[in-house]
Design a protein around this ligand. Sequence first.
Ligand code: NI
Length: 177
Amino acid sequence: MALRDVLKMGDPRLLEPARPVADFASLELTQLLVDMHDTMRALDGAGLAAPQIGVGLQVVIFGVSANPRYPDAEEVPYTVLINPQLTPLSDAMEAGWEGCLSVPGMRGLVPRHTDLRYRGFDPAGQPIDRSVSGFHARVVQHEVDHLHGILYPMRIRDLRDFGFTDTLFPGQNLQDD
Ligand code: NI
């Protein structure tokens, strides 16, 4: 188990574009994926991008499992996505509340494409090609934004829709994600 520190908003490394992965079989990539998985799970996050632990590579992980506390939360399969490319499948956008491990304790209302195709590669270099919608599409867009140096507060349309989680949602005991 290797836990890594998650960079917080204000660190310039979070604003840099990430480089594509060129070598899929490397020990460095394997170790990076273990560290990212362990770090995301320890912090109870829904996703994590490599730049958040200071590694400037196009690697994101995400996944949300069924949680009896939140029976309405949509499940998203655990996925490692490398060198991703996103294509919106319609003009539809929807606003939803997001948090981020790099912006702890806060939530903001962010518009995202409702319907999305994403492509990329798994850790073995095999292609991934999925068409998704709703929460799954939101999570992917949030994580891939990290690879372009974009943090979700930059996408909030009205900064009145940005605040502290425990004030916006009192008593709900929401985690950072
Ligand atoms: Ni994030």
